[in-house]
Design a protein around this ligand. Structure first.
Ligand SMILES: O=C(O)[C@@H](O)C(=O)COP(=O)(O)O
Ligand SMILES: [Zn+2]
Length: 215
């Protein structure tokens, strides 16, 4: 990968991280972002870093085995990111946030663990699709990677119970858009709670999936 490309990805991680943080989509030092690089490695946000104040120069660089090469120490969720990439060769970037409404849904006792949010809108189906719940694990525990491995091949987004969403995309921009759409739909879902909302029918969902395939 050329120095120019790496520089561009570092800048993009910092810019989009700040945008997410500034809009309240993750708080404090929560959340992490990774991007696959052309040489088979990864750039990942450092552990305990605020996504709103990332220094592009200190973003962690990992080799193709996931070993830390340089930059600050990588996010403790690097196992989780690596597990998701292993199942999704088509995905180039992953975003994990503690976005409030998505986290709220992840704490509900009666959601469908195979699909936490119904297909309320067409755009949700286009960007996110079916959202499985991953049982609770301690953040950063390697077992979280194992839990995600069985789901990530079929799903570009998963919801960690009592924690938050993890979303993969064919580019960092696509992963960010999907995370934003998930958060807005989680908000709608909570707003509509108890109102028996009309979700899209399986036929309507199938048509959207045919016309707008996700990666
Ligand atoms: O919830 C957690 O602790 C992590 O999943 C997280 O969001 C921030 O961890 P780091 O990326 O290691 O700062
Ligand atoms: Zn987290």
């Amino acid at each position: 990968m050329s120095r120019h490309d790496e520089h561009r990805i570092r800048e993009q991680i910092a810019t989009l991280g700040q945008s997410l943080f500034d809009r309240g989509l993750t708080m404090g030092s929560s959340g992490n972002i990774s991007v696959r690089t052309d040489d088979g490695g990864w750039l990942m946000t450092p552990t305990n870093a605020c996504l709103g104040r990332l220094d592009p120069a200190t973003i962690s660089r990992l080799d193709r085995q996931g070993e830390w090469l340089d930059g600050d120490k990588p996010t403790k969720e690097h196992f989780l990111h690596m597990a998701m990439y292993a199942e999704r060769p088509q995905s180039q970037a992953i975003v994990h946030l503690h976005s409030t409404h998505s986290v709220a849904v992840s704490c509900l006792p009666d959601i469908d663990p195979c699909d936490c949010i119904p297909p309320l809108t067409a755009y949700y189906v286009m960007r996110v699709g079916k959202l499985p719940l991953v049982p609770y694990h301690v953040p950063g525990d390697p077992t979280l990677g194992d839990a995600v491995r069985g789901l990530a091949g079929q799903h570009s987004a998963v919801l960690l119970a009592n924690h938050g969403p993890v979303v993969a995309g064919k580019s960092l921009e696509a992963a960010v858009y999907a995370t934003e759409e998930l958060e807005e739909t989680a908000k709608l879902f909570l707003l509509l709670h108890g109102k028996n909302p009309r979700a899209l029918t399986p036929e309507q969902v199938a048509e959207l999936e045919r016309r707008f395939p996700r990666d």
